[in-house]
Ligand binder design. Structure first.
Ligand SMILES: Cc1cc2nc3c(=O)[nH]c(=O)nc-3n(C[C@H](O)[C@H](O)[C@H](O)COP(=O)(O)OP(=O)(O)OC[C@H]3O[C@@H](n4cnc5c(N)ncnc54)[C@H](O)[C@@H]3O)c2cc1C
Length: 207
């Protein structure tokens, strides 16, 4: 995105949110093309980040096995495999025996089949977050932990400002902080009118 005047605020410590809980599985295939492209890019990014920042992201392309215990599920996996290929991802449908070769602890008695995506894998969520922070700091991003964002203000069709409590604001200069202007303008939908056909608008409290 190319922005360098970025200030990242966190009310607690970095990685103390959901990132702290994440298992670290890195899967790429999603039903939406753009999500899949984003996740595929993430896999490349995690590799680059390690080299660039000298921090360990724990990225490993150990592959992912998708199991099917019914013929219907197997059909779904075959469809997923062909979708993956249209996104440029390698994914093969395989037999239960081939799945067992890949993961010898598997019980295959009731397995209809499986699919394997070799470029999926795992990573260390906190390691990735720290490498991302180091990479962005190197490019001029500033980070303030223990700084609560208390609200946003709508400006036209974007959400533009975040305010901090006075005591915290004074610590970082006492000014209002622009968070999302231009970078992430959030389009706001026009207020929805709930109209009962053939009648007046519903009373305000029912909207
Ligand atoms: C149990 C579990 C397992 C998961 N496993 C996986 C997995 O295997 N693979 C995977 O890809 N994803 C997984 N996820 C999802 C993944 O953890 C999240 O998608 C990811 O961590 C989100 O990162 P984030 O930076 O957007 O949010 P967070 O890590 O939640 O960061 C949000 C930050 O915002 C700060 N904050 C909140 N409110 C304010 C405020 N008002 N002012 C200032 N700061 C504020 C918080 O302190 C926090 O540090 C898992 C999630 C959970 C819960």
């Amino acid at each position: 995105m190319g922005r360098r005047d970025v200030l990242l605020l966190d009310k607690a410590e970095l990685t103390s949110g959901s990132t702290w809980h994440a298992a670290g599985l890195v899967g790429q295939l999603r039903s939406h093309r753009n999500l899949t492209r984003m996740l595929t890019y993430s896999v490349e990014l995690y590799e680059m980040l390690g080299d660039e920042t000298d921090l360990c992201t724990g990225g490993k392309q150990s592959g992912c096995l998708y199991l099917a215990s019914t013929a219907d599920r197997m059909c779904e996996l075959k469809k997923a495999a062909s979708t993956a290929r249209t996104f440029g991802l390698e994914m093969h449908s395989i037999s239960p025996r081939e799945a067992l070769d890949l993961f010898p602890l598997l019980v295959i008695d009731d397995l209809a089949g499986a699919a394997f995506m070799p470029t999926d894998g795992e990573a260390d969520p906190a390691g990735i977050a720290m490498a991302l922070i180091k990479g962005t700091r190197n490019r001029g991003c500033k980070v303030r932990e223990h700084t609560l964002v208390t609200g946003f203000q709508r400006e036209g069709r974007s959400i533009a400002f975040a305010y901090l409590p006075v005591e915290q604001a004074s610590r970082i200069g006492g000014f209002e902080i622009e968070v999302y202007r231009e970078l992430h303008p959030v389009p706001l939908r026009p207020q929805r009118q709930f109209v009962d056909p053939g009648r007046e608008k519903l009373p305000a409290r029912a909207r």
